[in-house]
Design a binder for this molecule. Structure first.
Ligand SMILES: Nc1ncnc2c1ncn2[C@@H]1O[C@H](COP(=O)(O)OP(=O)(O)O)[C@@H](O)[C@H]1O
Ligand SMILES: [Mg+2]
Length: 259
């Protein structure tokens, strides 16, 4: 048999979806995470960050697993990869905070070997390890059948023309790690709080890149200008629109045929 016999038509390859939702603290990332179909009852929030109660107050029925340590995160990911259909969406809230867990783990291990170790100084090889650990989380989840959303804080980067722009706050290699994580994502959306001319607040979602904001939408779900008050339910419906006849859609799983 030739390896080429394994090739399948592109329309038959169903991929899992991965997305980044980023924005400043308090914009509504966690509330969005809990806003899936059936009030999110088939979704799992991996709560690395404090503050999942905001989703509960907003009426979410999403499942929450509090993750306090790197080893707990790895254990959860191992099991999710084994059982990818258990939840419609798995939300890592937040990837920014996962980096803190990684550093706590690295410094904790170093101190076990050397109790006199300065906890504030970080050694060169540890930076490399920290980046690899984050890369591994993203690669394993994105490479699995799990539909995953990463939330992240926003920070300001600078492009070649010295123009400042927003991007997800993921530290490493002078911005290259954040760029790498974004390159792996199908959708990157920037969230902010908008205000109508009458002064009413709304949640603004930017799915397309502008000079000031990094964003992308591989599925072209929300072309054009930023959109208001997207919920995870609306996003999921949009993702499944057009292939409602497919088995995935009737099973309620947010999968998208690649095209
Ligand atoms: N879609 C929304 N509509 C109205 N208020 C919202 C919405 N999303 C968030 N909020 C308000 O903003 C607060 C912070 O939201 P949260 O999701 O916890 O922010 P983040 O996770 O981005 O820090 C919530 O407690 C709620 O008061
Ligand atoms: Mg939050």
């Amino acid at each position: 048999m030739s390896i080429l016999d394994l090739a399948t038509p592109v329309s038959d390859t169903v991929e899992s979806v991965n997305m980044i939702v980023y924005g400043d603290s308090g914009v509504g990332k966690t509330v969005f995470s809990g806003s899936g179909r059936d009030k999110g009852k088939n979704d799992l929030i991996l709560a690395v960050e404090h503050g999942t109660s905001s989703a509960g107050r907003a009426g979410s029925k999403a499942n929450v697993l509090t993750v306090r340590k790197w080893t707990e995160l790895v254990e959860a990911i191992d099991e999710l990869i084994e059982d990818p259909d258990r939840f419609d969406w798995v939300i890592v809230d937040s990837l920014t905070k996962v980096q803190d867990l990684i550093w706590e783990h690295i410094i904790g291990e170093a101190r076990r070997n050397n109790p006199g170790r300065n906890v504030y100084a970080r050694e060169l090889q540890e930076w490399g390890a920290a980046q690899l650990m984050l890369t591994e989380v993203v690669e394993r989840l994105n490479g699995s059948e799990v539909n995953v959303i990463y939330t992240a804080l926003a920070e300001l980067g600078t492009d070649e023309e010295a123009q400042e722009f927003k991007l997800p706050s993921i530290h490493g290699k002078g911005g290259k790690l954040a760029a790498w994580v974004c390159a792996q994502a199908d959708v990157v959306a920037y969230m902010s709080v908008g205000r109508t001319s009458k002064g009413t607040e709304y949640r603004k979602f930017q799915f397309n890149k502008s000079p000031e904001v990094f964003a992308k939408d591989r599925f072209n779900l929300f072309p054009g200008k930023p959109v208001a008050n997207v919920t995870l339910e609306k996003f999921t419906d949009k993702l499944l629109e057009g292939n409602v006849e497919t088995p995935e859609a009737t099973e309620n799983t947010p999968k998208k045929e690649s095209n």
